[in-house]
Design a protein around this ligand. Structure first.
Ligand code: KG4
Ligand code: ZN
Length: 334
């Protein structure tokens, strides 16, 4: 069978990225230009700055990606691009670049949902088997997604308030940790002990999550201890927080694995890089004889290889768009 080369473009938040992926599974080249250091100064992503930086780097990133692959656009079968959800101004930069390439070189344009991309980052490690269950944990999303067959998604539950990555970043700020706080809290927790008592968030029978109560409890605890003149043991607090978060994510994932009789478990999104969450998810899968895989750590956060991989499966299904497609800041996965 003929090989299919997809060029993927991602610019939904603060990473300008381009990648070429063969047959939805093999990375030929991958370029990510991260703006994190710029946004760190402001304590979070500033949308206007993000879109301006995307404009500055998009063509360089695409050229670099083709150079790395030693390929020309003529050898590409289709252009896949994130069209939502994300920051409107940021999405538009990648989408306009993709439309331009599609128009000039007469290549099919494949619109990809950002979360479908995160999910298919798993296919770059091992072929996904169906029915699969994916725990999506990122800065903007917390969802349990059932994938009954290739590129068909059903959301079983979602967060009722903050996304888990957002919660990590917000509690980190209270400890004077710069944005994005998630990876730093993860590192600190490795050296701490679970000695602080925090509430297990939305510990019910649903597949939904809620992290704002846990966030408030964390912030109140820090304020109260500070007012009493007690020193915060930051590593222990990070470890206690991470334990509560990983326990609820693992508990609800296991319930869904059992109820939906899934054969394969995967995780996706920036927070899927978290060592303790990975350890607990691995543990529930091994204890229950469920096959699993997680994306490589560097492909958990935003990148374009995941968009090219998802784009391959969307293309197989015939999802091709005309040039009228617009970016969508919020859009359902299903
Ligand atoms: O998927 P992503 O790059 O962007 C969105 O689509 O939202 O995820 C970014 C999020 C940030 O909130 C960041 O703090 C979090 O992922 N994150 C982590 C870790 N690495 C990244 N959170 C906890 N532990 C980590 N190791
Ligand atoms: Zn993302």
């Amino acid at each position: 069978m003929k090989n299919v080369y997809i060029l993927g473009i991602e610019s939904s938040c603060d990473e300008t990225a381009c990648s070429i992926v063969k047959n939805g599974s093999e990375i030929i080249s991958n370029v990510v230009n991260s703006q994190i250091l710029i946004h760190t100064k402001y304590g979070g992503v500033v949308p206007e700055i993000a879109s301006r930086k995307h404009i500055e780097s998009i063509t360089v990133v695409i050229e670099e990606c083709l150079n790395q692959a030693n390929m020309t656009i003529d050898e590409i079968d289709a252009i896949a691009v994130t069209y939502g959800p994300g920051l409107m101004g940021s999405l538009l930069v990648g989408l306009e670049a993709a439309k331009t390439l599609s128009f000039i070189y007469n290549k099919p344009l494949i619109p990809v949902h950002h979360i479908a991309g995160h999910i298919y980052a798993n296919n770059l490690v091992k072929e996904i088997k169906y029915p699969a269950l994916c725990l999506v944990i990122s800065g903007g999303h917390t969802e349990l997604v059932l994938i009954e067959e290739e590129y068909k998604f059903k959301i079983l539950g979602t967060t009722l308030d903050d996304a888990v990555g957002e919660c990590y970043d917000k509690i980190a700020r209270v400890l004077d940790i710069p944005y994005p706080g998630g990876p730093i809290i993860d590192e600190m927790s490795k050296k701490g002990n679970d000695t602080y008592k925090l509430p297990m968030p939305l510990n019910d029978d649903s597949y939904n999550f809620s992290f704002s109560g846990l966030k408030s409890a964390f912030i109140n605890l820090v304020h109260n201890e500070t007012q009493r003149g007690n020193k915060i043991r930051k590593k222990d607090l990070a470890c206690s927080f991470q334990n509560v978060v990983s326990n609820i994510l693992a508990k609800k994932s296991l319930k869904a694995i059992k109820e939906y009789n899934v054969k394969y478990f995967i995780a996706a999104g920036g927070v899927a890089a978290n060592h303790e969450i990975r350890r607990k998810l691995k543990q529930i899968c091994e204890n229950n004889n469920i096959e699993y895989s997680f994306p490589d750590i560097s492909y958990c956060t935003d990148n374009a290889a995941m968009i090219a991989a998802a784009g391959y499966f969307a293309f197989k299904k015939g999802t091709v768009s005309n040039l009228n497609i617009n970016a969508m800041s919020s859009i359902p996965l299903e």
